[in-house]
Design a protein around this ligand. Structure first.
Ligand code: MG
Length: 262
């Protein structure tokens, strides 16, 4: 066979093989496309400079200036009576809990808190506050994620920082020293109720403390109680509440609070 015929035959074989490969690739792409979803597209959210900074769609609950977004729980017509100074606010002992004026269902919240460096007391009486995921009144009902100085402070583990108080022990103790700012990033799925008030689905919560996972989509068994067992009482959208625990030790401070309804 002349050399040019050999080259022509080789080119022909290569082309046939190439076409077969392309056709196989096309059919794989078509098959893969059957499980691709293109619509609806998730909304565009511009993140903050750091994960602590509010993204573009967040509702700012405290911007360092005032407590206009909050009110007293005892008297919901009264302003929140805690003290604002230096870009933060501090529990004013004896004024009681405060809650947001706005109500929420499911959400992601970021907040920062600081135990004072001169904290005193032991066990539960050492920088005790709390993030109530829903303030479900009347009285002081709600679901509390405990805030407490547990840096070098022993207490019952289902009452330490990041516990669902008296319900779920946190996966870790990630407390910083008193005097240092600490972060909570919390994702809350509110409980749902049937028309007769019975529970359709329980609440679920994920808690990240200083970047460490403490609660991993934990099921919440009802409103927080100090004595006895938790129970559910039907409610709808609810404020978010912060606790004035009324300890004799120095009160704790908060700053940079934002929330994204889900
Ligand atoms: Mg507490």
């Amino acid at each position: 066979m002349k050399r040019q015929y050999v080259i022509l035959a080789a080119a022909l074989v290569t082309s046939v093989i190439g076409n077969a490969q392309n056709s196989k690739q096309d059919s794989l792409v078509k098959e893969a496309a059957k499980t691709e979803i293109w619509k609806p597209e998730p909304p565009i959210v511009t993140p903050g400079n750091t994960s602590a900074d509010a993204p573009s769609d967040a509702i700012i609950l405290f911007d360092g200036k005032n407590l206009d977004k909050w009110r007293s729980v005892r008297d919901t017509n009264a302003p929140a009576g805690w003290t604002v100074a230096d870009g933060a606010f501090t529990v004013k002992k004896g004024t009681g809990n405060i809650e947001t004026k706005q109500k929420f269902i499911d959400y992601q919240i970021h907040l920062e808190w600081k135990i004072p460096s001169n904290i005193t007391g032991t066990n539960q009486a050492r920088g005790n506050s709390g993030l109530f995921l829903a303030s479900t009144g009347p009285g002081d009902l709600g679901y509390e994620i405990q805030i407490l100085d547990c840096y070098n402070n022993k207490t019952y583990v289902n009452g330490q920082t990041g516990s669902v108080y008296k319900q779920a022990i946190p996966l870790a103790n990630a407390c910083k020293k008193p005097g240092e700012w600490q972060t909570y990033d919390v994702i809350w799925t509110a409980p749902r109720f049937n028309a007769d008030g019975s529970v359709k689905s329980k609440g679920r919560v994920t808690v990240i403390h200083n970047g460490v996972l403490l609660q991993n989509n934990t099921e919440v068994n009802g409103t927080t109680v100090w004595i006895g067992q938790p129970y559910y009482k039907a409610h709808g959208p609810s404020p978010i509440k912060l606790q004035d625990h009324g300890d004799p030790s120095e009160p704790i401070s908060f700053r940079n609070i934002w929330v994204r309804p889900l």
